[in-house]
Design a protein around this ligand. Structure first.
Ligand SMILES: [Zn+2]
Length: 284
């Protein structure tokens, strides 16, 4: 299915010490940005006219002043529904470093970005019926600012966006070694195809919306609907599917590093993201 070697290499690169934890506005973040840009180019993604070199520069508030963030946005034209878009998102920013203490953010969220790249390569190779936008967001950790900036200046008609698939933390699987999919409430068709993917995926993919039985025990810890960039899409009524392993003991610590990634789980999780996108391609 996906190119596993490249997937792991991209994850290793994005979570390496030279990226310094990818905190928005830092040298490490700029390195990550350049790396993702070069991968977008290599994969053959197109850029929107307003976002040359795939960059969407945006201001976000921090310490009572304006700071700059950079989203990386590319897309691939659909073979049948050129004017309808699925948006795949993953945030590339993380917490940075304090002195020599680096928050590598391998799971959060180098894992989602590397998966996004692997999926983009697959779409580029095989083509999908719908157009697909690939969006690596910045300043997620600070308040979903990258996703908000994208929505504020969507490069296509808002109504032309069918779905957001958001990837955040695919590399550990938490205590239970599970990948969770949560999605917009009350959308029967979404529920149906997520369930179909769950049934065929080689790991425990729990489908359901926030109030489902399976999620109840986690609700105290995580508000799944608001947990990451998909919340911004959800707020303007764009359906979403959020894929992630959930929080774990290394979450937001310097031990969230490449060595602690469960590679077998991760490859399966990334391939599940690809299965979800393929299923979404038949979503009307
Ligand atoms: Zn995250």
């Amino acid at each position: 299915m996906l190119n596993e070697t490249l997937l792991i290499d991209d994850l290793a690169m994005l979570s390496s010490a030279q990226m310094l934890g990818r905190k928005t506005g830092t040298v490490g973040s700029y390195k990550a940005k350049s790396f993702i840009q070069s991968r977008f180019k290599k994969i053959g993604l197109a850029h929107f006219p307003e976002y040359s070199e795939f960059l969407q520069k945006f201001p976000y508030p921090k310490d009572f002043s304006d700071n700059q963030g950079f989203n990386i946005v590319g897309w691939l034209k659909g073979t049948h529904y050129e004017q309808k878009y699925i948006v795949v998102t993953a945030h590339y920013d993380h917490l940075g470093a304090k002195g020599s203490h680096i928050y590598y953010g391998a799971d959060d969220n180098a894992s989602g970005v590397a998966a996004l790249l692997a999926v983009a390569a697959k779409v580029s190779e095989l083509g999908l019926a719908h157009s697909v936008i690939f969006l690596a967001t910045d300043a997620e950790e600070k308040g979903l600012y990258g996703a908000k900036a994208f929505i504020k200046n969507i490069p296509v008609n808002k109504n032309a966006i069918l779905l957001n698939i958001n990837l955040d933390m695919l590399g550990e699987g938490g205590r239970r070694n599970r990948l969770y999919a949560s999605f917009s409430r009350g959308d029967e068709q979404l529920a149906e195809f997520v369930k179909n993917v769950a049934d065929t995926a080689g790991l425990c993919l729990i489908s359901g919306h926030r109030k489902s039985q399976n999620f109840r025990q986690f609700e105290k810890k995580i508000n799944w609907r608001k947990a990451s960039d998909h919340a911004v899409f959800s707020n303007i009524d764009i359906p979403y599917i959020f894929l992630g392993g959930g929080v774990h003991k290394r979450y937001h610590t310097s031990k969230d590093n490449f060595e602690n990634i469960n590679q077998k789980f991760y490859v399966t999780a990334a391939e599940t993201a690809w299965l979800i996108l393929q299923a979404a391609d038949s979503y009307q």
